[in-house]
Ligand binder design. Structure first.
Ligand code: ADP
Length: 313
C-alpha cells in the first residue's frame, strides 16, 4: 500500500508589530489539516476543501513546495495531497504558508526525515513564491517550527527560534473584506527616516528581549509598529476602535496580522484573550461586518503528525 500521513500545519501571524517581514508566530489548532500519500508515478495531485483555491500543483503552493523538495532530494516519488483549511485564504493569517509548510513537512516525514524542519524552510518558501511572487519566510518558518521565529537574514537564510512565555495567547479577528496583498504592498513607502528606523529597531529588540525574559511590560511597550501599521491600517475598517478596545481590555499590544485585513492582539493569558475576542465581535457586529474570531495559544512545535485515525473532514 502507498505510504500515507495525516498532518497539521498551523496558521501564523507575521510581522507581529515591529517585525515587518522578519517576525512570526504560530497559532494552535487553526491552520491546514492535510493527508499526504506517496506514489511511484512521480505525479503531484492536489485536492482542496475550499473550491475557490487552485488544485493545479503548479499553482497551489503545496504542490510547488512539494515539487521543490522532491527535486532537491532527487526523489522519483510523487504525492497526493488532500488539504482541509480552517482559515480563509487572503485573511492575513498565513493561509498559503500553512499549505506550503505542511506539504514539505509531510513529504519529508514520508521519506524518512532526510531533512530537519529548519532545513525545510527554503522549500516551503519556494511554495510561497507561487502565491506572492516573493520568497518570504516570516509565515512558513513559524508554521514549520512553531513558537515565535525571527528571520535574522534572508541572504544567507538565517532563521532563529525565539524563547517566549508559554502563557501567551492571541486573539485574531478576520473581517471579511478583501485587501489585495499587492495593493497593501504598493502603499508602503520605499524609504523611511533614520529617526523612524531607530524607533522601530528599538521596539523590535525590546520585543525580542521581553519575550526571552517574560517581561510583559517590556513586551507591551515594544509591541508597536511605527512604519507599516499607520499606512496599512487605513484599509481595515474600525482598526483604531479595535486597537483601543484591545488596550482597554488588557492586551499587551494589537496590530495588523501579516498584510491584513486580520488584526491580532497579544495577551498575557486566555481570560484576557476571551475578553478581547468578545470586544472585537461587538465592534464588527456594530459595523455590520462579517468576521471570524480565532483565540489561540502559541503553537510550540509547528507542523505535527496526527494519529492515522484522525478524521480530516
Ligand atoms: P494570507 O493573507 O492568509 O496570508 P496568502 O497571502 O497566504 O493569504 O495567500 C492567498 C493566495 O495564495 C491566494 O491567491 C490563493 O489562491 C493562493 N494559494 C495557492 N495555494 C494555496 C493554498 N494551498 N492555500 C491557500 N492559498 C493558496
Amino acid at each position: 500500500m502507498d505510504k500515507s500521513i495525516k498532518i497539521f500545519a498551523p496558521a501564523t501571524v507575521a510581522n507581529v508589530g515591529p517585525g515587518y517581514d522578519v517576525l512570526g508566530l504560530a497559532l494552535d489548532n487553526i491552520g491546514d489539516y492535510m493527508e499526504l500519500t506517496l506514489n511511484d508515478s512521480g505525479v503531484i495531485k492536489i485536492s482542496m476543501s475550499d473550491p475557490d483555491l487552485p488544485t493545479d500543483p503548479e499553482i497551489n503552493v503545496a504542490g510547488v513546495a512539494a515539487r521543490a523538495l522532491l527535486n532537491h532530494l532527487k526523489s522519483k516519488k510523487g504525492v497526493t495531497i488532500n488539504i482541509h483549511k480552517n482559515v480563509k485564504a487572503g485573511s492575513g493569517l498565513g493561509s498559503s504558508a500553512s499549505s506550503a509548510a505542511g506539504a514539505v513537512y509531510g513529504v519529508n516525514e514520508l521519506l524518512g526525515q532526510p531533512l530537519t524542519k529548519l532545513e525545510l524552510v527554503p522549500f516551503a518558501m519556494a511554495g510561497e513564491t507561487a502565491s506572492s511572487g516573493k520568497a518570504h519566510a516570516d509565515n512558513v518558518a513559524p508554521s514549520l517550527l512553531g513558537g515565535f521565529t525571527l528571520v535574522r537574514s534572508y541572504n544567507p537564510l538565517d532563521v532563529i527560534k525565539l524563547s517566549y512565555p508559554t502563557s501567551l495567547y492571541v486573539t485574531a479577528v478576520h473581517p471579511h473584506i478583501e485587501v489585495k496583498t499587492s495593493d497593501s504592498k504598493k502603499m508602503l513607502k520605499k524609504e523611511i527616516s533614520l529617526e523612524l528606523a531607530v524607533a522601530q529597531w528599538g521596539n523590535l529588540a525590546g520585543f525580542v528581549s521581553g519575550l526571552a525574559s517574560s517581561d510583559f511590560d517590556l513586551i507591551s511597550r515594544s509591541l508597536e509598529d511605527l512604519i507599516v501599521e499607520p499606512i496599512r491600517s487605513m484599509l481595515i475598517p474600525g482598526f483604531e476602535t479595535l486597537k483601543e478596545a484591545a488596550k482597554n481590555n488588557g492586551a499587551l499590544g494589537c496590530s495588523i496580522s501579516g498584510s491584513g485585513p486580520s488584526v491580532f492582539a497579544l495577551c498575557e493569558n486566555k481570560s484576557v484573550a476571551d475578553k478581547i475576542g468578545a470586544a472585537f465581535k461587538g465592534i464588527y457586529n456594530q459595523l455590520d461586518i462579517n468576521h471570524d474570531i480565532h483565540i489561540s495559544q502559541i503553537n510550540p512545535k509547528g507542523c505535527k503528525t496526527l494519529e492515522p485515525s484522525y478524521e480530516i473532514l
